[in-house]
Design a protein around this ligand. Structure first.
Ligand code: PGA
Length: 252
């Protein structure tokens, strides 16, 4: 009932020309698959080129962040209205690098999540604990709090599009991955919190992705377990062959 979603987070990589070249190689590799929804999240300056290159394909294009307001004096920011206007369909919210380097908090995550839903963008809300938190046995507390605050004041009737991504910060870009058992346990905690914040039915239908050093060779074991409904991929999504392999291996 939950269609797997495999998303690429390109971070601050790829010019428009590089994004177009990626899509030229990537699209034919995944054109026959339909088990997963595939989303690429390029940098803002490569969104338009990526949307043009992906037009008519089974690949969607999303942003890596956005502001929560429609417009205003916020130098450097991009609004949900602007993303919709160019044809973006998804948006990452609260990635740990945004939280760590750009002062995003659970409260701004909540504002952005509400804005994404109001504008018809599919939000991918990132949560995850730091290594010190895991070692201090605080993982459950951190995940429950991040999930609960993200969902504060959200009407269950509007919540169907929400996607979560569990990204343990210690696994991002480190080559260290959560074991399937660790990931399953975290995903269950997040799903239980969604059930308490919204409804059990919404929790059962919400996709929760795993992110953190997903590669072609571990995609089959990490992407799609009982409570894991896909992946958010950083480093290994920059190469079209490697990312296509992840998409195809996640069908296993
Ligand atoms: P990684 O990044 O796959 O390079 O670990 C994942 C992410 O930051 O979303």
């Amino acid at each position: 009932m939950r269609k797997p979603l495999i998303a690429a987070n390109w971070k601050m990589f790829k010019t428009p020309a590089e994004a177009t070249a990626f899509l030229t190689t990537f699209l034919p590799l995944v054109s026959q698959q339909s088990h997963a929804e595939v989303v690429l999240c390029p940098a803002m300056t490569s969104l338009a080129a990526s949307i043009a290159a992906a037009a008519g394909s089974n690949v969607h294009i999303g942003a890596q962040t956005m502001h929560w307001l429609d417009s205003g004096a916020y130098t450097g920011e991009t609004s949900p209205t602007m993303l919709k206007a160019i044809g973006a369909t998804h948006v990452l919210i609260g990635h740990s690098e945004r939280r760590q380097y750009f002062n995003e908090t659970d409260t701004t995550v909540n504002l952005k999540l509400k804005a994404a839903l109001a504008h018809g963008l599919i939000p991918i809300v990132c949560v995850g604990e730091h290594l010190e938190e895991r070692e201090a046995d605080l993982t459950a507390k951190v995940l429950e709090l991040q999930t609960a605050v993200a969902l504060e004041g959200i009407d269950a009737a509007t919540a169907a599009p929400i996607v979560f991504a569990y990204e343990p910060v210690w696994a991002i870009g480190t080559g260290r991955t959560a074991t399937p058992q660790i990931a399953e346990q975290a995903h269950k905690l997040i799903r239980n919190q969604i059930a308490s914040s919204l409804t059990p039915a919404i929790a059962a239908s919400t996709r929760i992705l795993y992110g953190g050093s997903v590669k072609p060779d571990n995609a089959a074991t990490l992407c799609c377990l009982e409570d894991i409904d896909g992946a958010l991929v950083g480093g290994a999504s920059l190469d079209p062959t490697s990312f296509a392999q992840i998409v195809l291996n996640s069908a296993a």
